[in-house]
Write a protein that binds this ligand. Sequence first.
Ligand SMILES: [Zn+2]
Length: 223
Amino acid sequence: MHLTMPRAPQPARGLSQTSARRAIDHAAERQTLGDLHDAYQWAVYAHTLAHRSNHPAERLDATAMLAPLAALTGHADQAVTAYRGLVDLATAELGASHERTLYARAGMAEAHHRVGRCEKAIRDLADVYTTAAERHGPEAPVSLKTLTQLACLYRDCGWHDVAHRCLAAATTIAARYLRKGDPIRARVTNIAQTPAGENHRAVCTQATPSWPAPSGLSTARTT
Ligand SMILES: [Zn+2]
C-alpha cells in the first residue's frame, strides 16, 4: 500500500514516537474541522502504525477512521479494501452482530455500490438490515440507518418503488418508536425528501429494476 505521510503538523520524529492512537486523534480532529484530505492523510498514517502494533483496539479504530475517509476523499478502491479489513477486525473483536460490525458491513456495501457493484451492495446491505432488525430490533439506530441507506442505494439505481417502500417502513418505525426531534427520525425524513444522487448513474450496473424487497421489513418488534 502506498503510504502518504501527513502534511501538517508533522508527526514527531519518526514512527516510534508517534502512537497510532495519537494519529487517530489527529485524523478525527482534522475531520471535525472539515479538512477531509488532511484527515485522510492522518488516517492512512494511523492505519500503518496501528497495523505494526499488537493492539487490536487501535487497529480497529484506525481502520474505522480510514475506511469512510477513503470513501469521502475519492479513494474508492481503497475504501472497499479498508472496509473489508474493518469487517474482519470488528467481527473478530466484537462479534458478527455487534453494531460496529453491522455499520462496517453497511459501509462496505456502500463502498461496493460507489464503484458500481450494485447487485452485491444491495444484497449485502439488505442482509445487514435483516440481521440488525432481528438482533437489535427494527427501531434501533443501526436498523433504521441501514434501512434508509438501503433505500438510498435502491433510489440511486433508479428503483424508486422499492426505495419508497423501504423509506415508508423506516418512517413508520421512526414515528412509532422515536420522539419528535430525534436526530434519526429527522434523518429518515430528510432522506425521504432528497432526490436520487446523479453521480451514481455513471457507474450503475443495474439499469433494470428487478430486486425483491428485503425480508424483514417489519415495522414492529417480533419479540
Ligand atoms: Zn446502481
